[in-house]
Design a protein around this ligand. Structure first.
Ligand code: SF4
Length: 660
């Protein structure tokens, strides 16, 4: 009998040998919960430190959490992990995807799926309860991810979940995605890891529903959650009146501002947040306003399997190189004067996906391409990018100092950790907007949030005092509510990361969790205990907020151990791209004026700010102390691992000289 909340087994398969093994989940579920936690533990146990992203030894791991499959909590998520080729040097990374696929994996009885080896021909994996088969996929190879999903649903029936890769992943583009449902995509280059294994798709279906330990308590919690969580109102750029419709992911039960639309081919595609931003600004510039090509570009990227966040920055970089006259059509084979047009985006998608000419260079990632070209193109690459995985700059640490250490210590733009500080800021600005005149009278004020101000309906209630109280309880100090100083940011980063790693292991969806504040709670402070209560009601193992955060901390430290074992250089490796230290901030996508609260609760601008190097190094030292790491080297310590019940991983680190 499976534990409450769990499918009960982890499926391991080796595509070289064709072996399929099933292991009990309960060995690791108490210490690592599920999702990112269980995936990281499997990776630690299975992948040798010298394995490269496209080696057979690399393991592609899919893991659901204990709450996956229970509706009404936005918990229809699945975590995907493995060594990613998207960063230099390559390192362990993670992604999160919604939709039915992960739920169906659990319905088949599995909490995780770990895939090693390489097939000698294209295959897809078929998982239907106890039936696990490798099937021929030659007829699917070369198809887009959407066409692959449709073909398999035609063959196998609409009741299946399909996760598929497109041609970019087959061609090992460093930032290739995999895709499910109406465009739920797995980022961080993990699609190309799947391509390297010649695994075109994974089909899941099953009829084993997980059981909660306390169903009545869970129902009460769901009722409470539906009152406390609110879907933001306003006019968002990806909401196109008459064209898109609000549609939650399968099994979410809460919803957010995610939208879908029907294209000319009769199929439904997503229109959501950053992916829709990937080509919006160039298209608006080219056509002089919104154009359908914005949606076309998004589905081209999803279908061929190119990560939108990387493509957005790449297009911005090509545009600035073209504007300065240092890259031209002849050199690149791209119609650069037509950036923003359908013709350009088709050409770019084709060249990168199939690695044609200049596209082969771009397929390695923008930073690597710029590095190879050198000179001014290399300098220009830094502006649209802010991670070593060539991802587009959004929640800039020069404005949000809470993010400096998060970006420096994680392998990619960890979006679910990067939303807390801006969400609090937006709530406070709402209060300023509706209760005070000073935001409107601020000399630089032109609106914020990328949202049409006239359409906003929220009446702000997150006062400065409330902001400080929440910062004290969630981030460890009231000083963290002052966005102009480094004080309290090391502790805030640690707390955000620990909470995020727990959230990605439960798994709960980022736009709705954590609930940092809510006017549906008496004290307006949201409810920080909800996540742990939900886990407790599902699993029957009582956990409180502190216990849950401790699990997140354990998982974060396990991932640190994986990274240093694979060559992450400790303190030296925890770094930001140089321009974040050297180039004054000009603007951010959600606020051209970079407005934040200062220590007195006044509005001030972060325009012109940098992350000062000496302050950053001081923050790092403080952060290492808080984490119980060695301050000089940034390595884990034996005492720290023992206190987190991770002594079983100490031996290997010690042998390699990577433990203090
Ligand atoms: S909150 Fe939004 S993105 Fe998350 S699962 Fe629900 S609909 Fe999908």
């Amino acid at each position: 009998m499976a534990q409450f909340g769990y499918g009960g087994e982890i499926l391991k398969t080796d595509l070289t040998q064709g072996d399929i093994i099933k292991l009990p989940t309960d060995d690791d579920s108490e210490r690592f919960l599920g999702g990112r936690g269980i995936a990281a533990k499997l990776y630690w146990d299975m992948v040798p430190s010298k394995a490269r992203a496209f080696d057979a030894e690399n393991c592609l791991i899919f893991a659901t959490g204990p709450v996956t499959g229970f509706p009404r909590f936005a918990s229809c998520r699945c975590q995907v992990c493995g060594k990613s080729p998207a960063m230099e040097p390559e390192c362990f990374s993670y992604a999160n995807v919604g939709g039915r696929w992960g739920i169906y994996l659990k319905y088949a009885g599995y909490d995780g799926l770990a895939i090693q080896g390489k097939s000698d021909r294209p295959v897809y994996l078929y998982i239907d309860n106890d039936t696990v088969e490798m099937r021929d996929a030659s007829h699917l190879w070369g198809k887009t991810a959407f066409d692959t999903c449709d073909s398999l649903r035609t063959e196998l029936g609409k009741r299946v979940g399909v996760m598929a890769i497109g041609p970019a992943a087959e061609n090992l583009v460093a930032f290739a995605t995999m895709l499910t449902d109406e465009g739920g995509s797995v980022s961080s280059g993990l699609g190309s890891v799947m391509g390297s294994k010649r695994l075109k798709a994974i089909v899941t279906v099953g009829d084993k529903r997980p059981v909660a330990a306390e169903p009545e308590r869970l129902r009460h919690l769901a009722d409470h959650v539906s009152k406390v969580i609110k879907i933001p109102s306003g006019s968002f750029p990806w909401v196109i009146p008459g064209r898109t419709t609000a549609k939650a992911c399968y099994g979410c039960g809460i919803g957010c501002v995610r939208h879908t639309y029907k294209a000319e081919d009769g199929r439904y595609y997503k229109s959501h947040c950053q992916p829709q931003d990937a080509y919006r600004r160039p298209a608006e510039k080219y056509y002089g306003g919104w154009n359908e090509v914005v949606l076309y570009a998004e589905r081209l990227f999803d279908g061929y399997g190119l990560e939108t966040c990387v493509m957005q920055a790449m297009i911005d970089w090509l545009d600035s190189c073209h504007e300065e006259g240092i890259l031209g059509d002849e050199q690149t084979g791209l119609p650069l004067a037509k950036i923003g047009s359908a013709e350009f985006i088709e050409a770019l998608t084709r060249m990168v996906t199939f690695r044609e000419g200049f596209g082969d260079l771009l397929a390695r990632g923008t930073l690597k391409a710029a590095e190879a070209i050198g000179g001014r193109p290399k300098e220009l690459a830094q502006y649209p990018i802010y991670t070593r995985a060539s991802e587009a700059r959004d929640y800039d640490p020069r404005m949000l100092l809470h993010h400096a250490l998060i970006l420096a210590t994680e392998p990619r733009r960890s979006i679910s950790a990067l939303h807390e500080a801006p969400h609090m800021l937006w709530g406070w600005l709402d209060w300023k907007r509706t209760s005070h005149s000073d935001i409107r009278s601020h000399p630089g004020y032109r609106g914020w949030g990328g949202i049409d101000q006239a359409s906003r309906t929220e009446v702000g209630y997150l006062t400065t005092d409330l902001f400080r109280e929440i910062a004290q309880s969630r981030w460890g100090s009231a000083a963290a509510a002052d966005y102009t100083t480094y004080e309290g940011k090391a502790l805030a980063s640690k707390k955000i990361q620990d909470r995020t790693h727990a959230k990605e292991s439960i798994i709960l969806c980022d736009p709705q969790w954590p609930i940092m504040y809510s006017d549906a709670t008496d004290d307006f402070k949201g409810d920080p205990t909800l996540e742990s209560q939900i886990v407790s009601a599902v699993t029957g193992r009582e956990l409180d907020e502190t216990g849950l955060s401790r699990i997140g901390e354990r998982i974060f430290n396990l991932i640190r151990a994986i990274q240093v074992r694979h060559g992450w250089e400790g303190r030296k490796g925890d770094r930001l791209l140089d321009h974040l230290h050297d180039e004054p901030l000009e603007s951010v996508f959600f606020d051209p004026d970079c407005l934040v609260p200062d220590g007195d609760g006044n509005i001030t601008s972060r325009k012109g700010a940098v992350v000062e190097r000496d302050e950053f190094e001081k923050m790092k030292s403080e952060y290492y102390e808080l984490r119980g790491w060695d301050v000089v080297s940034g390595l884990l310590t034996k005492a720290g691992l023992n206190s987190l019940e991770l002594s079983d991983i100490a031996g290997d680190l010690l042998k390699k000289g990577l433990l203090r």
